[in-house]
Design a protein around this ligand. Structure first.
Ligand code: ADP
Ligand code: MG
Length: 355
């Protein structure tokens, strides 16, 4: 039979159309990777055509290279200039790139009882963590020098902000934004993406990230690093706007005579904070998550619930030095642990009344 059915042509046309649709690149997931803040940044964008995603990726790479330069704690620039003027006790016009971080850090330092204390730049330099090669084996600093630095009690509250002018009443104050710069930078990056009309994205700085929107019709799936910095402890799913930050003792540090000295300093003792291996915090903005992860690491297994409550953080996972997982109920509810049976878990709410 050679007669063509009257249905044949429209069916062919529909078939052709759907084939075309299947082949035309549907807006998928776009990745852009670059180095900033001494780590690999991975930007993931979903739901927009590739040319827009790629333009956004380049714009963010430029943003981060500027932020890396202006907040660098030891390469000469606006922050080192700020530190010289703070040490002289002068009133001076703050560089515009530094002012918002000072204001934000003052608030977060106060909320954390100064366990997050970016005014301890002198201590961090003494420990050799303001260096491009912090992992080389070497002895810890002299105990007397550490004691002297701690006794000077540098605090963010020593800095007064008068409009755009800064002044420090304590010459020992030196700013180091190592525990918040990455987070604040990610917040600025997310704001920039939104201005470009991108509402589904992740900005990931070596495992610390903020995720907005979703991945197509699915949530974003976020892996939580293991307490040794390797492997994956579990994952969470997110569809709104959340930041997930981890501070771990494996990030930077050195070993001397069999002891490991890491880069998260307890401002009360001047030594690397004891008792914690890693802390993961979930919060809306990345700057708060970054500062809180550092503060709760310093607070340790006994004091973190009080500091978390003060900072308004309800989702915490802390792995202590014995490997026990401490979690808030809100974290327990949503964290998918990969080895839940083998884990030793304590659930504690963030609370002002815990020891
Ligand atoms: P990560 O390196 O994983 O981002 P953090 O966010 O905890 O870790 O930041 C650690 C860095 O912050 C250190 O390298 C140092 O520059 C600085 N720092 C160390 N201890 C403190 C502290 N108690 N408060 C504020 N900043 C700190
Ligand atoms: Mg931090």
């Amino acid at each position: 039979m050679t007669r063509t059915s009257p249905w044949r042509i429209p069916l062919l046309a529909i078939g052709l159309l759907s084939m075309l649709l299947a082949c035309s690149p549907e807006p998928g997931t776009y990745h852009h990777r670059f180095l900033a803040f001494g780590t690999l940044m991975d930007l993931t964008i979903a739901g927009v055509p590739e040319d827009r995603a790629s333009a956004a990726g380049k714009a963010l790479e430029d943003d981060f290279s500027v932020m890396h330069a202006v907040w660098h704690a030891w390469t000469p620039g606006p922050l080192t200039r700020t530190n010289s003027l703070l040490a002289e006790g002068r009133t001076f016009s703050a560089p515009p790139s530094v002012l918002p971080l000072v204001a934000l850090s003052k608030r977060l330092a106060e909320q954390s009882d100064n366990l997050f204390n970016p005014a301890i730049g002198r201590l961090i330099r003494l420990w050799g963590f303001q260096s491009d090669e912090p992992t080389r084996s070497r002895p810890p600093p002299d105990a007397e020098l550490i004691r002297q630095e701690v006794a000077k009690r540098p605090r963010m509250s020593d800095i007064t902000i008068d409009d755009y002018r800064l002044k420090s009443s304590n010459p020992a104050v030196q700013l180091d934004f190592g525990a918040i710069g990455k987070g604040y930078g990610i917040d600025l990056g997310i704001a920039h993406l939104r201005e470009l009309g991108i509402d589904n994205a992740i900005i990931n700085a070596g495992g610390d990230l903020r995720a907005i929107g979703r991945n197509g019709d699915r949530p974003w799936r976020i892996a939580i690093r293991g307490a040794d910095g390797e492997g994956v402890l579990g994952y969470l799913e997110t569809t709104g706007d959340e930041s997930v930050f981890t501070s771990g003792d494996y990030e930077r540090g050195f070993t001397w005579e069999g002891r490991h000295y890491h880069h998260i300093i307890d401002p009360r003792t001047g030594y690397p904070a004891q008792g914690t291996r890693s802390v993961t915090v979930v919060s809306t903005d990345a700057a708060t998550a970054d500062a809180a992860a550092t503060a709760l690491f310093v607070a340790g297994p006994a004091q973190w619930p009080r500091i978390a409550a003060r900072m308004g953080i309800t989702q915490v996972l802390l792995v202590d030095s014995a490997g026990v997982l401490h979690m808030t109920p809100a974290m327990q509810q949503r964290l998918h642990l990969l080895d839940a049976d083998g884990a030793d878990i304590v659930i504690t709410p963030a609370s002002a009344s815990t020891p």
